[in-house]
Design a binder for this molecule. Structure first.
Ligand SMILES: Nc1ncnc2c1ncn2[C@@H]1O[C@H](COP(=O)(O)OP(=O)(O)OP(=O)(O)O)[C@@H](O)[C@H]1O
Ligand SMILES: [Mg+2]
Length: 163
């Protein structure tokens, strides 16, 4: 994937990649998934990344969300350079600032739907607001499936648990 930088606009940048490259493997299996990608994601906007299968969309999102390492370039979330963070700081930033819906959802198979939904807060040692939790679960139509495990859910239900 290659891009050109977006022209300067006034709203704050939520996340930014600068000349970001990601190379998988080496020798015959070497793949340049990201080739000097520079892109801004602005606050208060929805941004869609479009491109052919295998062009590097998921790789870009994983790198910008601090879920994967990159080969060169830099990534900034708000005012924080990801490259400057230690593992623990990166974990905390991901937990507090980033919501990520994986292409393959990545629900934990041994946990119920409800446990998967509250997992990030459980790990952070926080209690969800019960009224808000009930409202969100109702809104996405999962009320009747909360004690099911991911394998017992439809693809769409798994996707909504991830959301
Ligand atoms: N772990 C890996 N090791 C080696 N190559 C990889 C790895 N992950 C992805 N790739 C390669 O990097 C390229 C980009 O993959 P990526 O998953 O980012 O594509 P994508 O744009 O999200 O595709 P899709 O639309 O199919 O989801 C692909 O050519 C893929 O084969
Ligand atoms: Mg993908």
């Amino acid at each position: 994937m290659t891009t050109t930088p977006t022209a300067g606009r006034s709203t704050a940048v939520a996340a930014r990649a600068t000349e970001l490259s990601k190379i998988y493997g080496q020798g015959e299996t070497r793949v340049v998934a990201l080739d000097q990608v520079s892109v801004d994601f602005r606050q208060g906007e929805f941004t869609a990344i479009m491109g052919p299968s295998g062009s590097g969309k998921s790789t870009l999102m994983h790198c910008v969300a601090g879920l994967d390492t990159f080969s060169s370039g830099s990534v900034r979330i708000g005012d924080t350079e990801l490259g400057s963070l230690k593992d623990k700081q990166l974990t905390r930033l991901r937990r507090d600032k980033i919501g990520f819906i994986f292409q393959a959802f990545n629900l934990l198979p041994t946990l119920t739907a409800l446990e998967n939904i509250t997992l990030p807060m459980d790990i952070a040692g926080r209690k969800p607001d019960k009224a808000w939790l009930d409202q969100v679960i109702d809104m996405v139509g999962l009320s009747g499936r909360l004690s099911h495990r991911p394998a017992q859910l439809s693809g769409g239900q798994q996707q909504r648990v991830a959301v």
